[in-house]
Design a protein around this ligand. Structure first.
Ligand code: BG6
Length: 467
């Protein structure tokens, strides 16, 4: 197809510190909430005892192997790499006055390595982890004081890397706190709605403070929010289903509304009142929230449906958000429904709503891979998935949507977030490690590696209208 992608489109991939780095106690790093979830977001919260081990403790050992991995990303022609800074490498307990120099030095080296190849970093300040010290001693985001600790951390890394990192994100999938409070805001999963929304409010204020700090400190810096783009369709055109779909979409769009429009949307007043939710929002908070993000970023893996019909509501649900399945779509091996057109729809919805540039910072297919006798890995299923989604991105660009870039999720195999599996692979690069932690950690190029290299090289021209 002829390319619709603009020059300077940021092609690349996205990873997160806790899913790739390992080295979970190296160079002074403190324990994070992710370290207490060795079975992933939906596993139990486990107090760490000496001698315990979890797959993320080593992950894919990116902490030590990043020069080799970045060279492979460069071979594919990456313009951009999204990763996160582990807050606990910089402030191990979260409340220190002075940052940990060894942690800061690690990211200096990482960004320098990327610069060698002209790969721009896109850095998430908090990707599904926070210092466990802040949870244990302060109650996580439930405590207003956490805003200060986060601001100190954000200002520290902006100062340190202001000449190396120009694109930043605040909180990964900030709307996930509604479904995974421990991961998102460091609260117990059985916390009340008022407690969860209060913690979310503190995080939204902290996000706005980080936006302000980035604007103050990083010359030419741009900072975005990050939403889990779980777009929902009505299962039928029954007006009640359509209305309920709008209501449920607002559950997650609410976060974007605050971060991009600078205040609480009107519909939240009724939501809070009818659900008996009390949130303390000060006049100063309202002022702080007026500092809005420069762009909207989001992840997109699947869409889902909504129905008010009790019977249909009970149909088997398999994906991370427990959505009602769409009868028109096929599913991945993990039950995530595949909907490339949904990405075009979502891009248009977000652009209509916010009129700000959009950045697709996660998209991809988690699948089991097989190594053939000759050593090759023929992951045509992944190529087809990505091709079809990128064709829809091109369509959205043609619709007039401003898209800054696309970083596919897990360009190198990594530990999955929901269940800490290695067998759920997203990568163009295979990593030899299994779910029990066995394997040499050797890296190997898959068929999709060469396919993505061609896509980037041709700026999207090599995509096929029908994969
Ligand atoms: C997003 C997260 O929810 O989806 C990533 O930001 C995560 O951290 C990705 O890895 C895919 O989910 P999973 O469970 O397949 O790793």
């Amino acid at each position: 197809m002829s390319s619709k992608f603009p020059d300077h489109f940021l092609w690349g991939g996205a990873v997160a510190a806790n899913q790739v780095e390992g080295a979970y106690q190296t160079d002074g790093k403190g324990l994070s909430t992710s370290d207490l979830q060795p079975q992933g977001i939906f596993g139990a919260i486990t107090p760490r005892v000496d001698g315990d081990s979890g797959i993320k403790d080593v992950a894919i050992d990116f902490y030590h192997r990043y020069p080799q991995d970045i060279a492979l990303f460069a071979e594919m022609g990456f313009k951009c790499l999204r990763t996160s800074i582990a807050w606990t490498r910089i402030f191990p307990q979260g409340d220190e006055d002075v940052p940990n120099e060894a942690g800061l030095a690690f990211y200096d080296q990482l960004f320098d390595e990327m610069a060698k190849y002209g790969i721009q970093p896109l850095i998430t300040l908090s990707h599904y982890e926070m210092p466990y010290g802040l949870v244990k001693n302060y109650g996580g985001w439930g405590n207003r004081k956490t805003i200060e600790f986060f601001e100190r951390y954000a200002r520290t890394v902006f100062e340190r890397y202001k000449h190396k990192v120009k694109h930043w994100l605040t909180f990964n999938e900030i709307n996930m706190s509604l479904h995974a409070p421990f991961t998102g805001v460091g609260l117990k999963d059985d916390s009340s709605k008022s407690e969860i929304y209060q913690a979310i409010h503190h995080q939204l204020v902290a996000s706005a403070k980080a936006v302000k700090a980035c604007h103050d400190i990083v010359p030419g810096g741009k900072i975005g929010n990050m939403l889990l783009g779980g777009i929902l369709y009505p299962l039928s055109c029954k007006p009640e289903d359509v209305l309920e779909t709008q209501r449920q979409n607002r559950d997650w769009l609410f976060f974007g509304d605050v971060q991009a429009r600078g205040g609480y949307p009107a519909y939240m007043q009724r939501f809070f009142r009818e659900n008996n939710i009390q949130v303390e929002i000060t006049a100063e908070d309202r002022q702080t929230l007026r500092e809005t993000v420069d762009f909207i970023s989001f992840s997109y893996y699947m869409s889902g449906c909504v129905t008010t019909d009790e019977q249909q509501n009970n149909t088997a649900r398999a994906n991370i958000l427990n959505m009602v399945p769409n009868p028109h779509l096929a599913s991945s091996e993990w039950g995530w429904q595949i909907d490339p057109v949904g990405l075009r729809y979502l891009l248009n919805v977000l652009y209509d709503r916010y009129q700000k540039p959009l950045f697709i910072v996660e998209n991809g297919l988690g699948a089991k891979d097989r190594i053939e006798a000759d050593g090759s890995i023929n992951d045509d299923y992944r190529i087809n998935y990505l091709n079809d989604h990128l064709v829809q991105v091109a369509e959205a660009i043609d619709d007039g949507v401003e898209v800054m870039g696309y970083t596919s999720w897990g360009p190198i195999d990594l530990v999955s977030a929901s269940k800490a599996e290695m067998s759920k692979r997203y990568g163009f690069i295979y990593v030899d490690r299994d779910d029990t932690g066995k394997g040499s950690l050797e890296r190997r190029r898959k068929k999709s590696f060469y396919w993505y290299r061609d896509v980037i090289q041709s700026n999207g021209n090599s995509l096929k209208d029908k994969a």
